[in-house]
Design a protein around this ligand. Structure first.
Ligand code: IPE
Ligand code: IPE
Ligand code: MG
Length: 243
């Protein structure tokens, strides 16, 4: 019998991303503190990563912490820091067994040496040449600062004559951006808001965007698979006349 959690979907080559929003509201709704909401959020990540690998996605990029999130209360940030360390500790063996390559991107240096060390170790432990899935976690990431830093690097390489102005192309910009993907095919945002909140700005040019009202801790594999199915049935025209 077909298992509904074992989709026949084959989304190889597809790069998907999720803005995992709604942890705070979920915590409030359940009379819990915000850190418990983030904790539940991490549990959901584990299940969604498994589904993403089963659906043969090329990559899954998850928005975990934005540049703007640094303005949150110290206590919440400390809770997130502890969660990152614990999550890496408990999840990496599972990621290794699933052949998932983990890649954190963004400026997460303000989380401190313990987080930086844990991330370095996780990168080394999952550095598969031919991974089943590339799992990218945006931590301290902002689309605008990514573009600003890339622009500075390009300007500097032009100054050093490593690059000529004429050679600056779409590919060049992707290469200089810190986010480890090029074209983003599908973006899902949970939590009911319909905005981008400074995520992968340059990569979003032709992305299919889906908004879900579900708060991230309540997001299920079934809903994720439904999103993937809707995506796989969408006609993508890229500006062309197809009729
Ligand atoms: C998303 O959940 C996680 C982070 C931004 C770290 P939120 O914490 O933003 O949850 P809401 O939007 O307040 O419900
Ligand atoms: C977006 O959620 C960032 C992450 C999910 C990490 P936010 O909760 O920070 O976004 P806004 O404030 O609602 O735009
Ligand atoms: Mg939010």
């Amino acid at each position: 019998m077909a298992d509904s959690k074992q989709p026949s979907l084959n989304l190889s080559g597809i790069n998907a991303a999720i803005i995992m929003d709604g942890n705070g509201r979920w915590a409030k709704k359940n009379s819990l503190n915000v850190t418990s909401g983030h904790e539940r959020g991490v549990d959901v990540v584990r299940k969604i990563v498994e589904s993403a690998a089963k659906a043969h996605l090329e990559s899954l990029s998850l928005y975990a912490f934005s540049t703007e999130n640094w303005s949150r209360p110290k206590k919440e940030i400390l809770g997130i820091k502890k969660l990152i360390i614990n999550a890496i500790d408990s999840q990496v063996p599972e990621l290794i067994s699933q052949k998932v390559r983990l890649n954190f991107f963004g400026d997460y240096s303000s989380f401190g040496d313990e987080v930086i060390g844990a991330i370095d170790d996780a990168h080394r432990a999952t550095a598969f040449q031919d991974p089943k899935l590339k799992l990218n976690i945006a931590l301290g990431y902002g689309g605008r600062s990514d573009i600003i830093e890339a622009t500075k690097l390009i300007a500097n390489d032009i100054k050093l004559e490593k690059l000529s102005v004429e050679d600056v192309s779409n590919e060049t910009i992707f290469k200089y951006l810190n986010a480890p993907i090029n074209e983003l095919d599908l973006l899902i945002r949970t939590g009911g808001d319909r905005r981008i909140s400074n995520f992968l700005l340059y990569h979003l040019a032709y992305t299919e965007i889906q908004f879900s009202k579900t708060l991230w801790p309540d997001f299920t594999e079934e809903e994720f698979i439904k999103c993937l199915e809707v995506f796989s049935k969408t006609e993508r025209r890229f500006g062309k006349r197809t009729l």
